[in-house]
Design a protein around this ligand. Sequence first.
Ligand SMILES: Nc1ncnc2c1ncn2[C@@H]1O[C@H](COP(=O)(O)OP(=O)(O)OP(=O)(O)O)[C@@H](O)[C@H]1O
Ligand SMILES: [Mg+2]
Length: 432
Amino acid sequence: MPKITLEHVTKRWGNFYSVEDLSLVIEDNAFVTLLGPSGCGKTTTLRMIAGLETPTSGRITIGDQVVFDSAKGINVPASQRHVGFLFQNYALWPNMTVYENIAFGLKNITEPRKLTKQEIDERVREAARPVKIAPFFDRYPAELSGGQQQRAAIARTLAPGPKVIFMDEPLSNLDAKLRLEMRYELQRLHVETGSTFVYVTHDQMEAMTLATRICLINNGVLQQYSPPLDVYNKPANVFTADFVGSPSINFVLAKGAQRADGAIELVVFNGRKLVFKPSDPVNMEHWFANRDAALAAKAEAKNAARILPGYVEKGNKDERFSCHISKANDEEFDTTPMAELTNADFILGIRPEFVNIASCNGLAGEIYGVMPTGMESTLKIRVDDWLLTGVVFGAGQFSIGAKVDVSFAGNNIMLFDRASGDRIACGTLELA
Ligand SMILES: Nc1ncnc2c1ncn2[C@@H]1O[C@H](COP(=O)(O)OP(=O)(O)OP(=O)(O)O)[C@@H](O)[C@H]1O
Ligand SMILES: [Mg+2]
């Protein structure tokens, strides 16, 4: 059973780095989703593993076979990598019926021997069952809806029983309800087939619900590779915190310093005072020293790479992610230049479910907007000029303009370094 390893894989076109120095281990039987904004390099990554795109440099191993190694000149063709694909633009053969489409790959199997007609029939039916496409066996692709075509394409991919299945946004053409149903089917297929799934999506919800591990990419650079709940609760940086979660996380700019007891005193909004208590002790002085050492090491590695033959400067520069700060009267993105930021500048990350509404003992604010959906209500709460998003269970009675007190629940409030965007700690947030 194969495990897939990527070591320092880079793909660039000219000076445009589609994927930069990606190292990743996809464990056997994993369900890994490649997640990230449009153009971040997801499809390119998948195509390189599958053998449809040649990396500029690096090494890829599937099972115990090195399928690509730029240093050794190894490049195993796609047909010999024993993987199944399902593409963003799945193409069924238009001149074949659904049945013939699914059977097509099976007829080409020659190892250990050719399959008999009856064996092919059994495997076509087996592959069609989970996606419920059997009733349409005799139709041509042009006679199917988009969703039915997609299901037929999934069956065609499954039929030869690949040990590794690559899927590139396979559900993008389905309506919301069918999409949700297919998600459950894919989850079951993953368990039933015991195959390794690598799945590309830019839908964070799909990535969260399906994956055993999420690989989050931005501008060709790996941001985090962790189980979904870790990405949600312990995001590596402000980009990951922002990318997963709906409604989005609240970012609050803060200034402050660490006290002798380890807590961090912060000033937010129009001079409101809060205290952040890390769940695990952090020494801020050490944390900043480590950050600077890591930055220096990275710069040094870059300088060392620059003098190597064939080095090309990255044209699509990595920019600092600018957090969206929600305000009542205007929009604000944190675009303060790095040079103006000090070690007293922080960003708080507060998930909407941890914003508590009470009638006393909190930051004085008022209800700015209410969106009840039946099961829960999403609230916008105004504190000074800023807006916080909160989610409460049930359809409570909230009226716009009502005075409320805001407090922060639990120990999953995040503290980020504003200069690097990296997460320093999770902890509790209380009024000073
Ligand atoms: N043949 C090519 N020549 C030049 N640039 C390319 C080529 N193929 C892809 N790119 C660029 O590489 C980047 C990554 O492309 P890729 O298809 O991997 O994105 P993606 O993450 O799959 O995006 P999407 O979610 O929109 O499908 C894009 O900016 C794209 O324009
Ligand atoms: Mg793509």
